[in-house]
Design a protein around this ligand. Structure first.
Ligand SMILES: N[C@@H](CCC[C@H](N)C(=O)O)C(=O)O
Length: 290
């Protein structure tokens, strides 16, 4: 943090109560260090959030410059512990809500707004009911043989799914079995996820309808996870014998903070639809800029 006296403009928003501090920085002038992110996300001493959406023009950020011709804006996503993640599904909806409300973007000829992420380009469409749909790309399903997640002395087999970021999906009889999730569930074998993992616990609620709790890498238990909901949908669809036969299929994924609708198409492309709102805007002195 430098020492000059200008505060940092920010906004606060959430998607299904997965909440974020948004830091607009069109010219990439703000050096957002991990300790800044931790301060901004601190629920007692800061603004509070599961992560930070640093909004930078793609051309101004070396990680996204290669996508600048396709997407004006880069979502530089950080987890609340200060770590960097490749992608955030709820975050990208909130990010686009911010761009729309700030007049920084409008839908192109195909009706979508492109966003650069570390996992590549994602397109987002505003629906007539106000929700946002994200074209999430395809899931990767590497070999999951022998992978297990454990909480206390309970263990479940887990399906490894990559949505640009890593997930372990475990089907449980009752979501309460996952306990308090104050600590990260343990995942074995130890080398299954060298970059860490987001863990989803899934219980059936009805045909193509599941309920989920998630422990996120870098943020702890959150009220919802968009990439996690997509990973869960794909795991549930495969378990239910769908894919590629039987697709498209839509699953309703309930999380403590809200519901997402996830559709997988026969070509494997996944669409996620859900809410996104901006709830506050201001200036913080937690991070000063010159
Ligand atoms: N909440 C997000 C995922 C954020 C990143 C994740 N914690 C990771 O480290 O991969 C979502 O909605 O997808």
């Amino acid at each position: 943090m430098n020492d000059s006296s200008t505060g940092l403009p920010f906004l606060k928003g959430h998607g299904a109560e997965n909440d974020f501090v948004i830091v607009p920085d069109p010219d990439g002038a703000i050096e957002l260090a991990p300790e800044h992110v931790r301060l901004l996300c601190d629920r007692y001493a800061g603004i509070g959030g599961d992560g930070v959406l640093h909004a930078v023009r793609s051309a101004k950020n070396p990680e996204a410059a290669h996508l600048a011709a396709d997407a004006e804006w880069f979502m530089d996503y950080r987890n609340s512990d200060g770590s960097v993640a490749e992608m955030c599904g709820n975050g990208v909806r909130v990010f686009v809500r911010h761009l729309l409300e700030a007049g920084l973007a409008e839908p192109g000829g195909d009706g979508t707004i492109p966003v650069a992420t570390r996992a590549g380009l994602r397109r987002v469409r505003l629906e007539a009911d106000g929700r946002l749909t994200v074209f999430m790309g395809r899931a990767e399903l590497p070999d999951s043989t022998g992978i297990e997640v454990a909480v206390g002395d309970r263990r479940w087999p887990a399906r490894k799914i990559d949505m640009g970021n890593p997930h372990a999906v475990a089907f449980v009889d009752d979501l309460a079995q996952a306990g308090h999730l104050l600590d990260a569930p343990s995942v074995s074998p130890a080398d299954a996820y060298p970059e860490g993992v987001n863990v989803e616990f899934v219980a059936d609620r009805g045909p193509r309808h599941v309920a989920v709790r998630v422990h996120e890498r870098g943020s702890g238990e959150t009220r919802a996870c968009g990439t996690g909901a997509c990973a869960v949908m794909v795991a549930a669809a495969r378990r239910d014998g769908l894919g590629p036969e039987g697709l498209p299929a839509t699953y309703r994924v309930d999380m403590p903070g809200g519901t997402l609708e996830i559709t997988e198409h026969p070509d494997g492309q996944i669409e996620m639809t859900g809410p996104a709102v901006i709830v506050a805007a201001g200036t913080t002195t937690l991070v000063r800029q010159g």
